[in-house]
Design a protein around this ligand. Structure first.
Ligand code: FAD
Length: 692
């Protein structure tokens, strides 16, 4: 019989489908993010194997340190473990981003190898973005491994593993990511080596928890794997080659451009955590300015991009380090004269990923890619000691690195960043013997900062509002005031937009026009992160929002949206906002706007305020919540959603407790039962948090 065109099309489609099915995507899978690979030296990621065993064998590794990282700390700990395993115990180590690999062959993991998992818990007990797929795989009801036929209940008996979790005890689900992963692995027969480590950011002891955990872990690992400890010698992971003959302005030199597209002057989506959109700032102003505190409102125009957001999402701002700190850093390393020298950077091992694109310059690396302003870790001081300018300084640095209490009083309490510390202990001498690789390895890659979008996508879907307080941390006895990197950068942009040709907040001297002036005309690099913090899909449902300070940001978006819905004739449910600040005359955010929303929404909208510094007693949002017990409970009984945004450490926790008490009192049940009801509201998503 003759085949007509349609038959052929159908047959070909069937054939392709069958091939696709049996090859499980080996041939046709496209890399998830076509731009991700352009970070490292512009090499594309396409075609890179997702087979971790193959990768380890190919590169002669017997230890892989996986990381699930959101803000870079877990990634940093992972590389420190890899580094130490190699230098102290001769392990052949590599680090691995969890999202870069598949896990269905973990059952073939060699018995004499070890897998480490350094896992941060994000938000309400969730995996970090890069760990979502790994977590979904492992937590699935019937995890299928490559050796196949599910009869084997303990497919991972050969897998030796180590875990460290990064969490925050002020959150409900403390370290739940690492705990769950360990539980799944154990259930599948894997064998843990050493204790399960947990670091607590809430108590401020993350670094010390990590340091205290890793020593006994290494001893146990050495015992299990018959490793012999040796005198650790520093071996750089990266080769940094100066190219004095090359012109820094040459078109192939990265001067802070985040990837190849940007270097070539193209803005091409998708825009994401690897590829920011350089967005114009449409509008900026200060909502309040009191003494040394100020709060910014900005409108970021994303109409030139395919970026979209929905109300409740986050916008990420890519910071630039302040010139003042870039200068200090380069100066103390004796690199000031060579700041614009072109450098090539290469991983000395096939698994060492250069965390920024090269060739580049010292100036660009320090300004755009390294977190140079943050706190210094004790382990970092230890590792830099051997390169001290003099014997005396070396003794001091070694002591700081070894002695937890001494570190605390000489470094941590003084809020030193790296360069400030090196200046202080080096007594004015240059640290010019430190290999630059040590900074690439030891300092965290600069992280975008997230802001809860304070506008509604229904009202302005191509303009994203930010509400941010400019950070400034002054501690008694510390010689420096810590200035927030990103918020002061935004402040400088605002000043420029308002006519200051050379804005210089606090002498920080930001290069706000960006690499090769590409951010000129008041632009800022951003991307959007979607969140689960969402209004109910049915606008007639009541909502209760608690958002003191900048915690009000997403709720401005929520109320803006409901006001619009009301204007559109929709039936909008009761909308209560608990807002708190110091003083109505000082830091009452969006005071006038609430009046407008009140007009649009009528008695559907209620603003309840708490001004902590007005009366003789401090009044906070949780007090107001309690005063409104009956109404709050009544709304909850009408299936209201309850939202909290802002300070995680104390406010969010207290609000949680108070809500339990309200429910207990109003419904005549025990406080324990009240707490349980709040818990169940959390699991059914009627209690949502957006806290930091
Ligand atoms: P950074 O430079 O990151 O410094 C922040 C703080 O770190 C300092 O104040 C200090 O306490 C500490 N620190 C820094 N360096 C040192 C040092 N050397 N020694 C000791 N301590 C140090 N913020 C808002 O204003 N509005 C929002 O809507 C908002 N939404 C958010 C939503 C989410 C999901 C998250 C995670 C955070 C949100 N934030 C928000 C916080 C925001 O992301 C930033 O953390 C904040 O703006 C500070 O950024 P920065 O770069 O200015 O400060």
């Amino acid at each position: 019989a003759q085949l007509d065109t349609l038959d052929i099309v159908v047959l070909v489609a069937l054939l392709l489908g069958t091939v696709a099915y049996f090859t499980k995507g080996t041939y046709w899978a496209v890399p998830k993010d076509p731009y991700a690979g352009s970070l490292a030296n512009g090499h594309a990621k396409a075609g890179k194997s997702r087979n971790i065993l193959e990768k380890m064998e190919e590169s002669g590794k017997n230890c892989v340190v996986f990381y699930g990282s959101q803000t870079g700390t877990a990634e940093d700990y992972a590389s420190r473990l890899a580094k130490e395993g190699s230098s102290r115990f001769g392990l052949k180590t590599m680090t691995a981003d969890l999202e870069d690999y598949d896990y269905d062959n973990l059952d073939e993991f060699p018995e004499d190898h070890v897998a480490m998992f350094v896992l941060a818990t994000y938000g309400e007990g969730e995996p970090t973005d890069n760990a979502v797929e790994f977590y979904e795989f492992l937590s699935g009801d019937d995890v299928a491994f490559s050796k196949g036929a599910g009869a084997d209940e303990s497919p991972l008996t050969n897998l030796h593993y180590v875990t460290f979790g990064l969490g925050n005890n002020t959150y409900e689900h403390y370290n739940s990511m690492v705990r769950n992963v360990a539980k799944f692995l154990d259930k599948l027969g894997a064998k843990r080596i050493g204790d399960a480590g947990e670091g607590d950011d809430g108590a401020g002891t993350m670094e010390e928890d990590f340091l205290a955990w890793k020593e006994p872990m290494w001893q146990k690992l050495a015992e299990t794997m018959s490793l012999e400890e040796r005198e650790a010698v520093y071996e750089p992971s990266f080769e940094v080659t100066e190219k004095p003959d090359m012109d820094a302005q040459a078109s192939e030199v990265y001067l802070g451009e985040p990837n190849k597209n940007h270097l070539e002057g193209r803005q091409k989506g998708p825009f994401n955590a690897q590829n920011p959109y350089i967005a114009p700032i449409a509008e900026s102003r200060e909502i309040f300015t009191v003494n040394n505190r100020n709060c910014l409102h900005m409108e970021i125009d994303v109409s030139g991009s395919n970026l979209n957001y929905s109300t409740g999402d986050h916008i990420a701002v890519w910071p630039t380090n302040p010139g003042k700190e870039v200068d200090r850093f380069l100066d103390v390393l004796g690199l000031s004269n060579k700041r614009h020298t072109v450098i090539g950077v290469k991983g000395l091992d096939s698994t060492a990923k250069v965390p920024f694109p090269a060739p580049t310059t010292y100036d660009a690396v320090v300004r755009y890619h390294m977190e140079i302003c943050g706190p210094v870790s004790r382990q970092f001081v230890s590792s830099i000691a051997e390169f001290a300018p003099t014997e005396e300084v070396k003794v001091e640095a070694t002591k700081i690195g070894k002695d937890k209490d001494y570190f605390h009083e000489t470094v941590a309490e003084k809020n030193f960043n790296v360069a400030q510390l090196l200046q202080f202990i080096g007594q004015g001498q240059k640290w010019d013997k430190v290999p630059f690789s040590l900074f690439i390895e030891g300092l965290v890659k600069i992280q975008p900062r997230y802001y809860s979008i304070s506008s509604s996508s229904l009202v302005q879907n191509k303009k994203i509002s930010i509400t941010a307080v400019v950070e400034s941390l002054e501690v008694k006895g510390a010689p420096h005031v810590v200035k927030g990197v990103t918020t002061n950068y935004l402040l400088a942009l605002k000043q420029k937009q308002h006519g200051d040709p050379n804005p210089d907040p606090h002498g920080l001297n930001y290069a706000i026009t960006g690499p090769r002036n590409k951010y000129d005309g008041i632009h800022v690099p951003v991307h959007v992160r979607h969140s689960n913090f969402k209004l109910p899909s049915d606008p007639s449902k009541p909502i209760i929002m608690v958002g003191p300070g900048t915690g009000v940001a997403p709720f401005r978006g929520f109320v803006q949206e409901r006001a619009q819905q009301a204007k559109n004739g929709e039936n909008v449910g009761k909308t209560i906002l608990f807002f708190g600040c110091r003083n109505r005359k000082e830091d009452f955010l969006y005071e006038k706007e609430w009046e407008q929303y009140k007009q649009d929404l009528g008695d559907k909208f209620e603003l309840v305020t708490a001004f902590s510094r007005e009366g003789p007693n401090k009044v906070y949002v949780q007090h107001r919540l309690k005063e409104k017990s009956a109404e709050v409970n009544q709304l909850l009984e009408q299936k209201a959603n309850f939202y909290v945004c802002g300070d995680a450490a104390s406010m969010a926790r207290e609000v949680n407790t108070v809500l339990g008490q309200i429910i207990a009192k109003e419904r005549g049940v025990s406080e324990q039962k009240g707490e349980e009801i709040v818990k169940s509201m959390r699991s059914s998503n009627t209690y949502q948090e957006d806290v930091w």
